[in-house]
Design a protein around this ligand. Structure first.
Ligand code: GLN
Length: 484
C-alpha cells in the first residue's frame, strides 16, 4: 500500500479503503523492520504520528481532506519540529528539542500530512554521502554497503526503502538531487526563495533551499505546492501568488527544447551513468522533445566558487553554536573563551570544523579579496552562463552525479574527491535556479542513475511536467530495491 502513488493513497483514504492510522502504522512497521539496516531515521515518533493520523482520519470523515491529508511524511532533521528533537545530525544539537515548527513543517502539518519522524543527514547538511552524521552513516537501500548520497541521504533512503512515500530535504549544493539520484527516487529543489527557510537550520543562507523527495514527479508536486509560499519571517522569501506546481503535469512534451551542456558530457562522467543518461535522452526525444547543444563555459569554476562561498556563510551561521544559549556545552572548562572553544571542539564533527576553518580564512582581512570576493564574481559569471543557455532551450539536462552510489568509507577521508562529486549540482544553487533529479535507469551493479533537469527561474511546473511525462513512458521510478 505504501508503494502506491500519493494520488492513489488519497483516493483510497477518501473511499475509506484504508485509514490514515493504518497507513501510518504500516510506515512505522516498515521503519521498525528496516531502520536497523538503513539508518534512515534518527528519530521516530510513533505516538505523535498516530495521534496526527487519527486527526487526519477525522478530517477525512468530515470531508475536509486535501491531497496530503493522512499521508505519512518524514522531515530531514534540519527542519525544526516543535516538541521533537532537531539535531542536524550533530552532537552540538543532539539534545535540542525545538520550541517551534519550521515554516515548511507548519505548512505540511496544516495540509494534514502525518509526521512519522526525522531523517538522518550529513552534519549541518555538509556532505555528499551522509557519512558525516553524529548518528552514523545512512545506507543505500539498493546496496547497504553503499552511501545513499547526501546530505539528505536519510530522506532519500527512507523513500527508496518504502518507509514513507515522501520526505523533505534541503539543497545547498545538491543535497536533494544527488541522494535522489543515488537512491532511485525523484527530488526537486525549487527556485531560491520559493520555500521559506524559517526554522530550517542555516548552512549557507544564500544557497539553502527546501525541497522534496518522493517516488515520482507527480508525488513531488502537491508536497512542493503545500510547502512553498511567502513567509515574512524569511527576508529572502518571495512574495508570489500561491502555485499549483502540478498544473502542467499532463502537458505533452512536443516542442520542448532540451539543452545539453557540452561541459557536462565531457570527461568525468562514469560510463554507466553516461549510458543511462543517453538512453533517457532518447526517451525524451521519442516523447517529442528536441535536444540542442548548449555551453556553460564557467562550469569548472562552480566547485571552487561554491567551496569558498558555502563555507564562508557556514562559518558565520555556525558561530551561534557557542555552548551558551542552546546546544552542547563541554562539561569541563576554564574561563569563558575556554568554554566556547571546548564546546565547539567537542560539539562539531571534523567536516563541519573544516568548513568553519576554510570559511573563516576566506573571509579574513587580507584574503577576503582574493577568495571570497573572487568567488562572488564567479558566481555572477555562472548565473550569466545559464541565462545565455536559456536563450536556446527550455530546460537543461545532464547527469545528476558523475557516478552511482559508492561504497561507504571510500571517499570520506578525501574531502576534495568528495567535493568533486558535486560538479553537476552546485552551479544551480549559485545561480538560484530550480532543478530536479529523476531516475533514468541503472548502472553497473544495478545501482540507480539520476538525470538532472535544470529550469529557468520559477519553472518548477515545467520541470515536473517533463519528468512526469518521462515517468509515464518509462518505469525506472517504479523499480524497487530488493527488500522494498
Ligand atoms: N555536498 C554539498 C556540500 O557538502 C552540498 C550539500 C547540500 O546541498 N546541503 O556542501
Amino acid at each position: 500500500m505504501l508503494n502506491a502513488s500519493l494520488q492513489a493513497l488519497a483516493a483510497a483514504l477518501a473511499d475509506k479503503q484504508v485509514s490514515s492510522v493504518e497507513l501510518t502504522q504500516a510506515a512505522l512497521d516498515r521503519i521498525a523492520a528496516r531502520n536497523a539496516d538503513i539508518n534512515a531515521f534518527v528519530h521516530v515518533d510513533p505516538e505523535g504520528a498516530l495521534a496526527a493520523a487519527r486527526a487526519a482520519d477525522a478530517r477525512i470523515a468530515a470531508g475536509e481532506a486535501g491531497p496530503l491529508t493522512g499521508i505519512p511524511i518524514a522531515h530531514k532533521d534540519v527542519f525544526c519540529t516543535e516538541g521533537l528533537p532537531t539535531t542536524c545530525a550533530s552532537r552540538m544539537l543532539a539534545n535540542f528539542v525545538s520550541p517551534y515548527d519550521a515554516h515548511v513543517v507548519a505548512r505540511l502539518k496544516q495540509a494534514g500530512s502525518v509526521l512519522v519522524g526525522k531523517t538522518n543527514m550529513d552534519e549541518f547538511a555538509m556532505g555528499s554521502s551522509n557519512e558525516n552524521s553524529h548518528f552514523g552513516a545512512a545506507r543505500n537501500p539498493w546496496d547497504s554497503t553503499r552511501v545513499p548520497g547526501g546530505s539528505s541521504g536519510g530522506s532519500a533512503a527512507a523513500v527508496a526503502a518504502g518507509m514513507v512515500p515522501v520526505a523533505t530535504g534541503t539543497d545547498t549544493g545538491g543535497s536533494v538531487r544527488q541522494p535522489a539520484s543515488f537512491c532511485g527516487v525523484t527530488g526537486i529543489k525549487p527556485t531560491y526563495g520559493v520555500v521559506s527557510r524559517y526554522g530550517m537550520i542555516a548552512y549557507a543562507s544564500s544557497l539553502d533551499q527546501g525541497g522534496v523527495l518522493a517516488r515520482s514527479a507527480a508525488d513531488c508536486a502537491p508536497v512542493l505546492s503545500a510547502m512553498a509560499g511567502f513567509d515574512p519571517r524569511d527576508s529572502t522569501s518571495l512574495d508570489r501568488p500561491a502555485e499549483d506546481f502540478g498544473r502542467d503535469l499532463d502537458k505533452p512534451l512536443a516542442g520542448l527544447r532540451i539543452g545539453l551542456p557540452r561541459e557536462y558530457f565531457g570527461e568525468g562522467m562514469a560510463d554507466d551513468v553516461r549510458g543511462a543518461v543517453e538512453a533517457a535522452l532518447d526517451a525524451y526525444r521519442t516523447l517529442g522533445a528536441t535536444t540542442v547543444e548548449v555551453s556553460l563555459p564557467n562550469s569548472k569554476l562552480a566547485i571552487p566558487a561554491y567551496y569558498v562561498i558555502a563555507p564562508a556563510e557556514a562559518s558565520s551561521n555556525l558561530s551561534r553554536f557557542d555552548g551558551v544559549r542552546y546546544g552542547y556545552r563541554a562539561p569541563e572548562y576554564g574561563d569563558l573563551n575556554d568554554m566556547y572553544a571546548k564546546s565547539r571542539a567537542q560539539g562539531f564533527g571534523a567536516e563541519v570544523k573544516r568548513r568553519i576553518l576554510v570559511g573563516t580564512y576566506v573571509l579574513s582581512h587580507g584574503y577576503y579579496d582574493a577568495y571570497y570576493l573572487q568567488a562572488q564574481k564567479l558566481r555572477r559569471l555562472i548565473a550569466d552562463d545559464f541565462r545565455q543557455a536559456f536563450g536556446q532551450c527550455d530546460v537543461i539536462a545532464g547527469p545528476t552525479a558523475p557516478s552511482t552510489a559508492y561504497e561507504i568509507g571510500t571517499k570520506c577521508n578525501d574531502p576534495v574527491q568528495m567535493y568533486l562529486g558535486d560538479i553537476y549540482t552546485v552551479a544551480v544553487n549559485l545561480a538560484g535556479l530550480p532543478a530536479l533529479s529523476h531516475p533514468a535507469g541503472f548502472g553497473t551493479g544495478s545501482l540507480p542513475v539520476g538525470l538532472q533537469l535544470v529550469g529557468d527561474y520559477f519553472s518548477e511546473a515545467r520541470l515536473l511536467n517533463a519528468a512526469h511525462q518521462f515517468q509515464q513512458a518509462t518505469d525506472w521510478h517504479a523499480r524497487r530495491p530488493p527488500e522494498a
